[in-house]
Design a binder for this molecule. Structure first.
Ligand code: PGA
Length: 256
């Protein structure tokens, strides 16, 4: 079994001081996990305070929620991979459905962001997923294949090894309507098959494929107990230290 990865996507929530309080609280609740890697992705404005609160020896890693593909330049409002690295980030979420739908982000931009992340030593967490209309018209697999094709084009085997994929059905995000494992597992299998076909089976088998979309302490066991699901990308339930701690502990027990 691959080591689990639990990612908390804070979205546009928590100030820098709230981030510090959250981290202290979480660290008190959770002993160092043995079977799971844990990432929090605060907003850009809280990264520096979060890094200081984490200290040097924490089991918690820092991630960002987005990046620009250029390293620097005249891109008002944007943040680059070297800037995120300098703030202690190890991961970056790329192509989240909110970026795609609210900010019109396309696979070509996602591809450039993944490349930039890899060039500067960040591990990209690529989000893919279908809308409800796409699922209902049996286009889930073709939509996800198109997203993967457009976003991962040109990556070497070594590049791919540093990528995590999060399958997040758009209809399950923030709705309280999580997908069932019967819906998730076939998609995860087809993602892994896509990776095996495009790269090597050895590399494909090492890539972690997460599920995201209304994961909670109540339903987390279903996902984290499934061998085809390597972890969770958590939104709403990661904002509360108690519920995020419970999800981490579920990963620990299910992957032990
Ligand atoms: P949710 O969000 O857990 O609130 O559904 C998940 C995500 O958007 O990554």
């Amino acid at each position: 079994m691959r080591r689990a990865l639990i990612v908390g996507n804070w979205k546009m929530n928590k100030t820098a001081s709230e981030a510090v309080a959250f981290i202290r609280d979480l660290q008190e609740r959770v002993p160092t996990p043995l079977h799971a890697d844990v990432v929090i992705a605060p907003p850009f404005t809280a990264l520096e305070s979060a890094r200081k609160a984490l200290g040097t020896s924490s089991w918690l890693s820092l991630g960002a929620q987005d990046l620009h593909w250029e390293a620097q330049g005249a891109f008002t409002g944007e943040v680059s991979a070297p800037m995120l690295r300098d703030l202690g980030c190890r991961y970056v979420i790329v192509g989240h459905s909110e970026r795609r739908t609210l900010f019109d982000e396309r696979d070509e931009q996602v591809r450039k962001k993944i490349k930039a992340a890899l060039t500067h030593g960040l591990s990209p967490i690529l989000c893919v997923g279908e809308s409800l209309a796409e699922r209902e018209s049996c286009r889930t697999e073709s939509v996800i294949t198109a997203q993967l094709t457009g976003s991962l084009a040109g990556l070497t085997t070594q590049d791919l090894a540093a990528v995590t994929i999060a399958y997040e059905p758009v209809w399950a995000i923030g709705t309280g309507q999580a997908a069932t494992t019967d819906q998730v597992v076939p998609v995860h299998r087809s993602i892994r098959l896509f990776l095996e076909t495009g790269w090597t089976s050895q590399t494909a088998s090492a890539v972690r494929i997460l599920y995201g979309g209304s994961v909670t302490p109540q339903n987390g066991k279903l996902f984290l107990g499934s061998e085809a699901i390597d972890g969770a990308l958590v939104g709403g339930a990661c904002l509360n230290p108690d519920s995020f701690a419970t999800i981490i502990s579920l990963a620990e027990t299910e992957r032990a």
